[in-house]
Ligand binder design. Structure first.
Ligand SMILES: C[S@@+](CC[C@H](N)C(=O)[O-])C[C@H]1O[C@@H](n2cnc3c(N)ncnc32)[C@H](O)[C@@H]1O
Length: 340
């Protein structure tokens, strides 16, 4: 038996629980933040639970925090004292490691301190016991979830927690002149799936307007063919590496076997999207990579994803399916083209 806190995008916790049930068996679940954060008891040990999750990475479970200790919140400095004690007691796990403190708070909680205050106190403890405090790329994370009355504390590696961001909430800096928020989805896909866009040569961006994804790929040095009946942002006009077809995807004639990266972010139904991606396969190079968003318009996202995966698997290997933090009512698929 082991205890965990699971987190999904708002409204998708039920699907994350369903995925976990399929992986782990019967779970005892308590909601901590409606539709988003839940406490659960796995029938498996910590190691077995981690192994099952890693074997088949979930789509909707965004973050997985072990619960090693539960502290009854007192609402005053005793909480910081108790947290410091927990960190000191776990000393051996942290010596010579880069350690980050992640605090998340429920909307209503007795715990009065901010993430910055908590970090300041616990970082001092970490230094005292010979650990290094890390801002980015930690070896270990000490995660604290401050619920209404309890503080749930657990430590693990970023891979075990499925993210190196608190609760899996990936934050990117908005840039000056950024064309669309959609750009964050492609940036997050790059991190999440361990891709290096600069390793590709020729990208095809279907449903490209206003051009957030196209602009990212151009920044990474790719040649990009953008297709959309809508207007691209004027800042992209005349870019030497950009070819722009201002039309519907179905009306454009594309060269054969030309693109090693296909990206597709149209708010289309999952089945239309699958058909479109399959129709585009002649223009893809051998082993091309595809990143596509799939809108979840139905009540049964798990079934929808199964149907889409089945259709696409006639020509693509599905490397990963994941609801990214920046996906709203959609998921992102990472595919590899298998030429017949
Ligand atoms: C969510 S937006 C894409 C945002 C874009 N990824 C970005 O980063 O700025 C969806 C786009 O799909 C386009 N679209 C819808 N149907 C299309 C079709 N049949 N062919 C090409 N583009 C289409 C829409 O015009 C719209 O611009």
């Amino acid at each position: 038996m082991s205890r965990w806190i699971g987190t999904a995008n708002q409204g998708y916790a039920a699907y994350a629980v369903e995925e976990l049930r399929r992986l782990l068996g019967q779970l005892k679940v308590t909601q901590l933040a409606a539709g988003e954060v839940f406490l659960f008891e796995s029938p498996l040990s910590r190691e077995e639970t981690l192994e099952a999750v890693q074997r088949q990475l979930p789509i909707f479970l965004r973050h997985l925090q072990p619960v090693d200790r539960v502290i009854e919140g007192s609402g005053n400095a005793d909480d910081l004292e108790e947290l410091s004690r927990v960190v000191r007691n776990a000393q051996l796990s942290f010596v010579d490691k880069q350690v980050s403190i992640h605090l998340r708070k429920a909307k209503v909680t007795v715990y009065p301190y901010s993430a910055a205050d908590t970090k300041a106190v616990l970082d001092a403890v970490l230094e005292e016991i010979g650990a290094e405090t890390a801002r980015q790329k930690p070896d270990m994370i000490i995660a604290i979830y401050a619920a209404a009355r309890q503080l749930y504390v657990g430590c693990g590696t970023p891979a075990e927690m499925l993210s190196d961001w608190p609760g899996g909430a990936v934050r990117f800096q908005r840039e000056e002149g950024q064309i669309s928020r959609a750009k964050f989805k492609l940036l997050e896909a790059e991190r999440e799936f361990g891709l290096h866009y600069e390793a590709f040569q020729q990208a095809l961006d279907i449903g490209a307007a206003p051009g957030g994804w196209t602009s990212l790929l151009l920044e990474r040095g790719l040649r990009v063919t953008a297709v959309d009946p809508g207007e691209l942002h004027p800042s992209l006009n005349g870019h030497p590496a950009l070819t722009y077809h201002k039309r519907n995807a179905s009306d454009v004639k594309l060269p054969a076997e030309a693109y090693d990266l296909l990206v597709c972010d149209m708010s289309w139904s999952p089945m239309q999207m699958s058909r479109l991606v399959l129709d585009l396969q002649q223009s893809l190079a051998r082993e091309a990579t595809a990143i596509i968003t799939i809108k979840l318009m139905h009540r049964k996202p798990l079934q929808t994803i199964r149907d889409v995966s089945e259709r696409l698997s006639s020509a693509f290997t599905i490397e990963r399916a994941k609801q990214l933090f920046h996906n709203r009512d959609e998921i992102t698929l990472y595919l590899k083209y298998r030429k017949a």
